[in-house]
Write a protein of this length. Sequence first.
Length: 123
Amino acid sequence: MPERFSIAQVSPYPWEDEHEVNAFVDALSGELAAAGHRVVVLAPSHSTALVRESRRRIRAGDLFDPDGAVRVLGVGELLPLASARRGAMPAPPLDISRTIEEALATAPPDFVHVHEPFAPSAA
């Protein structure tokens, strides 16, 4: 029987945005979950409701779906700045960094895959 891992994928882009990084994270997460791994996606969101529910789950240490589905957690609202370069991401608010840190501390995954780690972003 192959070894099963818990994996966190961190995207710097709001999950609702159509972006090639989010598309890659979504496809990879689905493949990993289909192979039997527990997968959570940590990404900014435009949805206040998703962020609120996600923070509740993070505080409870409930990162992974018990049925093996990919769980997406909104780690904070990321609002575009009017003065930001077109296509450039604004620096994330500190609450996003703290929320990601809390998620990784309350239910430490075996692996963390950080997408675009050098950009000023959630990743």
